[in-house]
Design a protein around this ligand. Structure first.
Ligand SMILES: Cc1ncc(COP(=O)(O)O)c(C=O)c1O
Length: 468
């Protein structure tokens, strides 16, 4: 037997009464570094999932307010979606004989499968049929959001010699790797890439649902862009932004802000890259956030909900922009693999043939009403959001800071209210913001039940902390 690995790093998370989960957590902590996850105090072990629910190995049911991380927009394991994925792969009648089966290969590296062609055509067609998507012509596939961002930025940097400056919105999140990491955050973060210049994002002006309804003064933002043009002019190659700051704390700007950025880019022939990795496939009310916000990106970056759980992402833009990347520059092992293509096709089928967006609009109203109610409570400072992606900014209570309250709320939701209604949340964004982003298909009655539970849990937590 190999010797036991000495534990290094933080103690594994464990919870009383979860023997099976604790055993799984301990075993994994021995063989996996903790950096693989962003801190979430519950570290739920998910044994089974269906629709909008998870079950722990102990059989406890958790309502999913996360959709993974805005991935399973159509819910967990929808049967029609799965059936279509299998059919697209040619696996609809799998003979369990132990032999090989004639179906799509799972890796056609540097070869082509027809399913990739169909998925790419269908995605382009779907994007071009949406207001603002008319100019999107080709798909540069990737396997994760940050890789797709990286490919979009590579294409922008190659477009014209001497164009080497990238503009990015301050406080944004585009991933951690390579150029995606370089355009994330702000200039004071360590090790900045000198090619990236950050521009202001109107966090104050969209800090709460009420404030966002009021107009925004765009003049300072326009002046900042003009000043950068005066300084760098023809060296500017692109501007990358998210529709709303997701990882940065759920800040959803007035539409006019994004329209200013897009219009300014258009006037100055600077590529406007919209990172919709977490907003795409229905989160903001339309299939794509560029429609919600009334802008037409030169490149849109897609991910997460695109594959409803299968790892796939893409940068989609004009053929002329991608043509400058030479053979191999955008290639890797997983891009456009047949499983990813099948998942994209099944996701498109659902969005094109069902009323998922109409349902999401109703769900949005239910969520907003439920979250607005939370602001009556001392533990909640304010809420922000749109569609089916919301943030609860926690408030300090008693001796607990807002960040402590956020962490305690995640734990309290996991263990549920007096009626046993438990909710799966992720660790706080930006220190003190909890994201509420259930699958778009959550039934309205179920959402109401769990929003009531959220209220009860926050109320009880506030009381407990106030008297501590
Ligand atoms: C807007 C945005 N862009 C890019 C990414 C990076 O995606 P990935 O984690 O798949 O690399 C994320 C992930 O949360 C995101 O929210």
């Amino acid at each position: 037997m190999s010797p036991a690995v000495e534990r290094v790093g933080p103690a594994p998370i464990e919870h009383a009464g979860e023997d099976r989960s604790n055993e799984i957590r301990r075993r994994l902590a021995a063989v996996e570094p903790h950096c693989l996850r962003t801190y979430t105090p519950t570290l739920a072990v998910l044994a089974k999932s269906a629709g909008c629910y998870h079950w722990t190995p102990e059989g406890r049911k958790l309502a999913d307010f996360t959709s993974g991380v805005l991935v399973t927009n159509l819910g967990h394991n929808p049967t029609r979606w799965w059936r279509r994925v299998l059919e697209y792969l040619g696996l609809d009648a799998l003979p369990y004989t132990g032999e090989f089966v004639q179906a799509r290969t799972l890796n056609a590296y540097n070869a082509i499968t027809e399913i990739e062609t169909v998925a790419t055509e269908r995605l382009v067609e779907h994007l071009r049929s949406q207001p603002g998507g008319e100019g999107l012509e080709q798909v540069l596939w990737a396997a994760s959001g940050s890789e797709a961002v990286q490919k979009a930025l590579w294409a922008a940097l190659e477009r014209r010699p001497g164009e080497d400056i990238i503009l990015a919105t301050r406080g944004g999140f585009h991933g951690k790797k390579g150029l995606a990491g370089a355009v994330t955050g702000c200039e004071t973060d360590h090790d900045r890439d000198p090619r990236v210049k950050f521009i202001g994002f109107p966090k104050e002006e969209c800090g709460s649902v009420e404030r966002r309804r009021r107009p925004i003064d765009l003049a300072p933002y326009r002046q900042e862009l003009d000043a950068l043009w005066a300084e760098y002019g023809s060296r500017l190659c692109c501007l990358i932004t998210e529709p709303y700051l997701g990882g940065g704390g759920s800040f959803h700007p007035q539409h006019e802000y994004l329209q200013l950025l897009a219009g300014w880019c258009h006037e100055h022939d600077v590529l406007f890259i919209l990172d919709e990795v977490q907003a795409n496939f229905g989160r903001t009310g339309s299939a794509y956030a560029f429609t919600t916000y009334g802008v037409a990106p030169d490149i849109v970056v897609l991910g997460k909900g695109l594959g409803n759980g299968v790892a796939v992402s893409a940068a989609v833009g004009r053929a002329e922009v991608f043509a400058n990347l030479q053979y191999g520059a955008g290639s890797d092992t997983w891009s456009a693999n047949p499983l990813a293509s099948a998942a994209v096709l099944a996701t498109l089928d659902e969005f094109e043939t069902t009323d998922v967006l109409e349902h999401a609009a109703e769900l949005s109203r239910v969520i907003e009403a439920g979250l607005v109610r939370l602001t009556e409570l001392p533990a909640v400072e304010r809420i922000r959001g749109e569609g089916v992606v919301w943030g609860i900014e926690c408030a300090p209570v008693g001796r607990a800071s807002a960040a402590d309250v956020a962490v305690r709320a995640v734990e309290a939701c996991y263990f549920g209210d007096a009626q046993g209604r438990a909710i799966h949340l992720l660790g706080p964004l930006s220190g003190k913001v909890l994201r509420v982003s259930p699958p778009l298909v959550m039934e309205l009655d179920e959402a109401k039940v769990y929003l009531d539970a959220l209220y009860e849990i926050f109320a009880a937590l506030g009381k407990k902390l106030a008297s501590a």
